[in-house]
Design a protein around this ligand. Structure first.
Ligand code: CP
Ligand code: NVA
Length: 311
């Protein structure tokens, strides 16, 4: 599989075989790292890490993954560079493309990460935008594979803000990989019909089911329940309304018991607001798995950089 030179902006651009390849590569890099073996695939490569929004996992994962493979990461925070103050995204892209070999971008507009890819001429990786969080999905799917030994046919229910970057990316990824995917959310937080249709179309190829529900009984049979914060970065002023809307959708012991399956796991991309989207009790019950997910950010992000830029 040759992904050299490709950007990683949204899972829409990757087919099931390519996603599977990245997951296998990540598992292999993880195995090696546990044995103390790192690589030289990014030797001599300079990587820009642009962050308009804060980050713990994504920043740490890109930094360590890059250094593990012999590359040099450079953090460019929103207040450190001219982007958004004095300089357009197109000009920033053309400058960074002359100096760096690869660019990670976390920020607000999906259009920005796409423009960076278009104008820089080097691979660009989406570290989260308002619309998508594709590297997180690779970590989630690696974690699911480690736990269930498969993806196809699993039942994944995402509970919470059904139209945020996590819900969107999980829906695309699940539809492509044959995971049955349900969004459990009040109707006002469902994604738009065009997006649902697009994912249902991907699901035709993989044989997965894509469903939307506002009824808690839709968790029956879930292999995994997934949630995310009720208010994403940049939406802080919506907090009161979101709490009102989503309170009935908290992941707690009662919701877990409604799956009627003792093997159901709970997942969270983190950071978590315990007491809102998940209780402390459920979070701690699944803490090992949740922190596997967090660790897997590093191995999967390494796989993306090695596959698209590595030598
Ligand atoms: N899950 C995730 O992207 O975490 P950070 O915001 O800490 O990077
Ligand atoms: N939906 C969350 C994801 C954080 C990793 C946000 O955008 O803030």
């Amino acid at each position: 599989m040759n992904l050299k030179g490709r950007s990683f902006l949204t899972l829409k651009d990757y087919n099931a075989n390519e996603i599977e390849y990245l997951l296998d590569l990540a598992a292999d890099l993880k195995r090696k790292k546990k044995q103390g073996i790192t690589g030289n695939s990014l030797k001599g490569k300079n990587i820009a890490l642009i962050f308009e929004k804060p980050s713990t996992r994504t920043r740490a994962a890109f930094t360590v993954a890059c250094i593990d493979e012999g590359g040099h990461p450079e953090y460019l925070g929103k207040d450190d560079i001219q982007l958004g103050h004095k300089e357009s995204i197109e000009d920033t892209a053309r400058v960074l493309g002359r100096i760096f070999d690869g660019i990670e971008f976390r920020g607000f507009k999906q259009e920005y990460v796409e423009k960076l890819a278009e104008y820089s001429g080097v691979p660009v990786w989406n570290g989260l935008t308002d619309l998508y969080h594709p590297t997180q999905i690779l970590a989630d799917f690696l974690t699911l594979k480690e736990h269930f030994d498969k993806l196809k046919g699993l039942n994944l229910v995402y509970v919470g803000d059904g139209r945020n970057n996590m819900a969107n990316s999980l829906m695309i990824g699940s539809a492509k990989m044959g995971i049955n995917f349900t969004i459990l959310a009040p109707k006002s937080l469902w994604p738009g019909q065009d997006f649902i249709d697009l994912c249902k179309n991907y699901a035709l190829d993989s044989g997965s089911r894509i469903e939307l529900s506002d009824c808690l009984d839709s968790v029956v049979g879930a292999d995994a329940i997934y949630t995310d914060v009720w208010c994403s970065m940049g939406e802080e002023e919506l907090a009161a309304e979101r709490i009102r809307l989503l309170k009935p959708y908290q992941v707690n012991a009662n919701l877990l018991s409604r799956t009627k399956k003792s093997s159901t796991i709970f997942m969270h991309c983190l950071p978590a607001v315990k007491g809102n989207e998940v209780t402390e009790e459920v979070f701690e019950q699944f803490a090992d798995l949740i922190f596997d997910q967090a660790e897997n950010r590093m191995h999967t992000i390494k796989a993306v950089m090695v596959a698209t830029l590595g030598i």
